[in-house]
Design a binder for this molecule. Structure first.
Ligand SMILES: [Zn+2]
Length: 297
């Protein structure tokens, strides 16, 4: 069997005119490479640190293999193609990242390579005042936090399986975004963490909805995140709903997009009522506003 090597290198420039003949950038902020029956699409075409990146491949006879930078891609079948989803770390350097995908078609093996520009996320600095117990927890509170961590780790330990959803993700609640993903946060004057979710304004009792179909893997009263619901969506992807005042689901429930998971509240480490919406992929919290723009096809 003859193995032909086809490599397409192109930069994910914002300017679609700069693309090589084998590829193009479409209006949905993605990069597409096409050759015969094969189509490789990367979203977003120019990601930020902390973004989810979705690679969709059509036309491969077997499961493709690939890497983004030094990270291995786990392709999973969906309908007629394969998809891999990966979360970029928030401290990713602003230098182009190489994507390589190897796949088999009926005729041959093919290699695809392209380079993604990494955009400056311009994370903000934010100062918050919270109750003293959240910056200097007692021994009992530290124990509570350690138990929370164990429960989170167990919930995030679901086996990698095909995605449990069909459509794109939707906001879990409509409202003003009170704090975006990535804020570097000072609590009571001390730099403590980065904000690994999106805060959506709300009142106690407003409904919070599942952002997509999935299975509930955690329902727990946590110290920092307050009343917390975690949903597993398959494909290594989870969404989290923090600070709820009431739970409307239990562990093991299969939920549908738009189903109420609970009510907005102000439980845990908060300055007021809101919904903290978190998205975790491959062990990393990523920017949910980017997830909402991904076309899962
Ligand atoms: Zn938050």
């Amino acid at each position: 069997m003859t193995a032909a090597l086809l490599a397409f290198c192109l930069a994910a420039a914002a300017d679609a005119g700069a693309q090589a003949d084998a590829g193009s950038a479409d209006a949905g902020d993605s990069v597409v490479v096409m050759r015969g029956a094969v189509r490789v699409r990367v979203q977003p075409g120019a990601p930020k640190p902390g973004d989810p990146v979705l690679i969709t491949v059509y036309g491969a006879k077997e499961v493709p293999v690939g890497e983004l930078g030094s990270w291995h891609l786990n392709f999973l079948p969906f309908r007629g193609g394969h998809q891999a989803l990966i979360g970029l770390p928030t401290d990713l350097k602003l230098v182009p990242l190489k994507l390589e995908v190897q796949l088999k078609t009926d005729a041959k093996e093919e290699d695809y390579a392209l380079t993604l520009d990494i955009v400056d996320p311009q994370f903000r600095k934010d100062e918050l005042r919270v109750a003293g117990k959240y910056t200097s927890p007692s021994r009992a509170q530290k124990k509570w936090m350690a138990e929370d961590q164990r429960e989170f780790n167990a919930a995030f330990g679901q086996p990698l399986e095909a995605r449990l959803f069909e459509k794109a993700f939707e906001w879990p609640k409509l409202g003003r975004t009170a704090a975006p993903y990535g804020d570097r946060r000072m609590f009571n004057g001390k730099l403590q963490s980065q904000h690994y979710g999106v805060d959506i304004d709300g009142q106690i009792g407003d409904p919070a909805f599942a952002a997509n179909d999935g299975t509930v893997v955690m329902v727990r009263e946590c110290f920092g995140s307050g009343n917390t619901v975690l949903i597993h969506h398959g494909a290594g992807l989870y969404t989290a709903y923090f600070h709820l005042s009431r739970f409307d689901v239990k562990v093991g429930d299969k939920v549908k997009q738009g189903q109420r998971v609970g009510l907005v509240g102000k439980t845990g480490r908060v300055t007021g009522p809101h919904l903290h919406w978190g998205v975790k992929i491959d062990g990393r919290w990523v920017d949910g506003t980017t997830l909402l723009k991904l076309d899962f096809e």
